[in-house]
Write a protein that binds this ligand. Structure first.
Ligand code: HEC
Length: 187
């Protein structure tokens, strides 16, 4: 075999390997709804608009309802505000949340900070099957996360304290920003 043939063969193998690797690593993202534009967020002002936006994200772009539904793949979130108190009081809770809002925020950005008993990965109870929804394919913005929290407060039947104006946040590293205004006074 001549050198040129070997070169061409090696090149082809490399290309095929690259494509194979790419297609095996690249999992096409779930088809989420078009993300609402910032303009839409502004139009949907006021508590009702914010809650409605959160519901839309919960059932669409956020993919939350794919797991959090009656099928039981993930816990139901219709009373998460009360449930959050129980979680934070659990002896095995090692997260940093002090309020329900912080607990929900933490659950979204660092799902494995606390893994609800029985819902961990198969063979690894310490790892949550839930993705960090603030990055990756879902990639919710800070304001989108806040609207989802507002929607969850509404579902729990309490006053909605997270509003666009008070939007608390997750910093660039995805850590919970406890000083964020959205967390204050909210339980
Ligand atoms: C791939 C499935 C999946 C998706 C998508 C998902 N979750 Fe989860 N989520 C889980 C599972 C499983 C748990 C329980 C394990 C744990 O504690 O992390 C959980 C836990 C939670 C908790 C804590 C629940 C509790 O009872 O303490 C909250 C809050 C939450 N998810 C909110 C959301 C929101 C909001 C979205 C969408 C933006 C979302 N999740 C998307 C699977 C998912």
């Amino acid at each position: 075999m001549n050198k040129r043939f070997l070169k061409v063969a090696a090149f082809s193998v490399a290309i095929i390997a690259a494509y194979t690797l790419f297609s095996s690593l690249y999992v096409p993202p779930m088809k989420p709804e078009e993300p609402p534009s910032l303009e839409a967020v502004e139009i949907a002002s006021g508590v009702e608009g914010f809650v409605a936006l959160g519901e839309k994200i919960f059932k669409g772009k956020g993919a939350c309802a794919l797991c959090h539904n009656a099928a039981g793949r993930a816990p139901l979130l219709d009373n998460i505000v009360d449930v959050a108190d129980t979680r934070m009081a659990a002896p095995d809770y090692h997260g940093t949340a002090k309020t329900a809002v912080e607990y929900i925020r933490e659950s979204l950005a660092s799902p494995s900070a606390y893994v609800v008993t029985g819902y961990g990965m198969a063979g690894d109870e310490k790892t949550s099957p839930m993705p960090d929804v603030t990055t990756g394919a879902i990639g919710l913005s800070r304001q989108e996360v806040d609207s989802v929290i507002a929607y969850l407060q509404r579902l729990s039947g309490i006053e909605v304290t997270v509003t666009p104006e008070e939007a608390g946040g997750i910093d660039g590293a995805g850590a919970v920003d406890a000083s964020a205004a959205g967390a204050e006074g909210a339980r």
